[in-house]
Each structure stands twice: as structure tokens, then as C-alpha cells.
Design a protein around this ligand. Structure first.
Ligand SMILES: [Fe+2]
Length: 306
């Protein structure tokens, strides 16, 4: 298998109108650590992750600012930029120094639905630490799921241009995509418009995942689906709405694949065992599904200001 140019998911950057409330939720309830920022900008790290930050919050009209992926080195960044340019894809910026914590070398472009994507390499690792037993805070970012109006078209674009592979599919409902042996680093969900479906954070293990779920419930966040264990990816799930209506997930134990022998399953989301192997979660239905449609994103094909 030729080496992939994308190695992993780095961070998700979002803008929210009620910045103070969102920052308070992500730090005091969700368990992220603020590591930097300025007026109206905050960089939030996961304690167990070498990434400088896993979420960047910006005060502004609600939108997805960008999704950042890592590459092995600057040569791979250049190679990807050359490849995308040759395929006629709009580059938002040419490869160059990255002006965010940790520095590095990267560039930005629009994906087929107009989201801004950043790919970078050479970013300094953050001094992270082991998350201890019973410490119910995110270890790292797990995956991001995006609503698309034509999920097959988005899947094909990520496969062709960014070397993602299909791990499993829920037919016309969702495609799970990987860029390394983890079952999915991102997924594409069928939605009425292009927007963020959910952002998922990995907890240390089952106990920490349940403790974290309970803490967020007690804090009064809207609990929309869970606790349960999906069939695709075999990971656990608890989905909440953040104060601005973005869906955020606690998960753990996401499957790692033997990529040589793996072949995608086609699962039927109407099967309760596909939704939740444990049977502990509320049943998925149209009302629950709608909670993660999110608002129409005004940031498509518009580069974020930072
Ligand atoms: Fe998820």
C-alpha cells in the first residue's frame, strides 16, 4: 500500500456567538484544558494528546472554521498541495509556516462541500501526560463527523484526493472513513445541509467514559443519545449538545483494524444491534437524528479569518 499523505486528525476549529458560555462548558464540564488564546480566541487541549490543541474556539457567527489533519513531513505537505492544485481544487493558502501554537508547515483548501481543511506537518508536540484511572477527561480527539447532502460524492472525493479509505457504511445514512488503522477519524452523515454532525472525544476506558457521561448529565447538558456501543467501530457513545447546539460525543475503545484483511460491512441502521450492541441507549429515530443536523453553516467556501 503506498504511504498515505494524511496521517491523522489534529483539531477542529469552530466559531460560536456566545464564546464565554462555550468556553466555560468545554473547560469546566467537558474536561478540555485551555492552553492559549487571546480576546475571542481559545486553544483547548486534551490532556493525553500530543496535539497542541484539539479544539480552537473563536467568537463570531456560528460556523465550522476548519478541520486540521496531520501529514508526515513538509515534503508530503508540498506533494499534497501539488496534487490538489493539479486536480483543480481551490487552495485557500499555499504551503508555508503555520501561525498557531506549535508552528509547523501547512496549507488550506476547500473540500468538495466548501469546508476549509488544513493539512500540516512539523508541529511541535505538546507536553502531554497520562490520563489516570477514574480521570474522566478527554485523552484525545477521536473523530469528526460531517453532514453532507450527497454522502457518496463526499466519500469519493476524500478517497480520491486525500487517500481516505471506507471502513464501514450504514448505506445511504453514513460512511466511516479512516486515514490510519483506527476505524474512523472522520465520517460523513446524510443531512439536509452541509454542517458539523458531531465532534468526538476519546476517554481513557469504559469507567472513565461512564463517569464522564454522568458528570455531563449532572451539569445539565442536553443528552441526546446513549450510553451505548455502536456496531460499526465497536466504540461506545454518549452524545450531548454543547451550549451552541453542536453535538459532542464521549467515546472509548474504538476498533483498530488489520487493514490488509479488512473489508467494509454494509450495516442497516434500522437494526437495533447496529445502533447499540448493549441495548442501553434510547432508540434512534427521526427526532434523535435531527438533533445532529445542526444549523446551516455560513462558512462554506469562505476562508475563516484566522
Ligand atoms: Fe462518533
Amino acid at each position: 500500500m503506498p504511504e498515505r499523505l494524511i496521517t491523522h486528525l489534529r483539531h477542529v476549529d469552530i466559531a460560536v456567538p456566545d464564546f464565554g458560555k462555550q468556553l466555560e462548558f468545554y473547560t469546566s464540564v467537558w474536561g478540555l484544558t485551555q492552553v492559549g488564546g487571546d480576546t475571542g480566541v481559545a486553544f483547548l487541549a486534551a490532556e493525553g494528546s500530543p496535539e497542541q490543541y484539539v479544539v480552537r474556539l473563536r467568537e463570531g457567527d456560528k460556523r465550522l472554521d476548519l478541520i486540521a489533519f496531520g501529514a508526515r513531513d513538509s515534503a508530503h505537505v508540498d506533494e499534497l498541495a501539488r496534487r490538489l492544485g493539479a486536480a483543480g481544487i481551490t487552495l485557500v493558502s499555499e504551503p508555508g509556516p503555520v501561525d498557531t501554537p506549535g508552528g509547523g508547515y501547512g496549507f488550506r483548501f476547500f473540500d468538495i462541500d466548501g469546508r476549509t481543511i488544513e493539512v500540516s506537518a512539523g508541529v511541535a508536540a505538546r507536553a502531554h501526560r497520562r490520563v489516570e484511572e477514574k480521570e474522566a477527561i478527554p485523552v484525545r480527539l477521536s473523530h469528526v463527523v460531517l453532514n453532507s447532502t450527497d454522502i457518496d460524492r463526499t466519500r469519493d472525493w476524500y478517497t480520491e484526493h486525500l487517500d481516505f479509505r471506507l471502513s464501514d457504511t450504514l448505506g445511504d445514512v453514513m460512511h466511516f472513513m479512516r486515514c490510519n488503522p483506527r476505524h474512523h477519524s472522520f465520517a460523513i452523515a446524510r443531512g439536509p445541509h452541509v454542517s458539523v454532525h458531531h465532534i468526538s472525544f476519546e476517554l481513557r476506558g469504559l469507567d472513565e467514559y461512564m463517569r464522564g457521561t454522568g458528570r455531563v448529565v449532572r451539569a445539565g447538558a442536553r443528552f441526546i443519545w446513549g450510553p451505548g456501543r455502536h456496531l460499526a467501530g465497536d466504540n461506545t457513545f454518549s452524545y450531548f449538545l454543547d451550549p451552541q447546539g453542536n453535538t459532542v460525543e464521549y467515546t472509548t475503545q474504538l476498533q483498530e483494524l488489520d487493514e490488509d484483511s479488512w473489508h467494509p460491512h454494509i450495516y442497516d441502521m434500522r437494526d437495533p444491534m447496529v445502533q447499540d450492541q448493549w441495548g442501553t441507549a434510547n432508540p434512534m429515530n427521526e427526532l434523535v437524528a435531527k438533533e445532529s443536523f445542526n444549523d446551516v453553516d455560513p462558512g462554506l467556501f469562505v476562508a475563516p479569518p484566522l
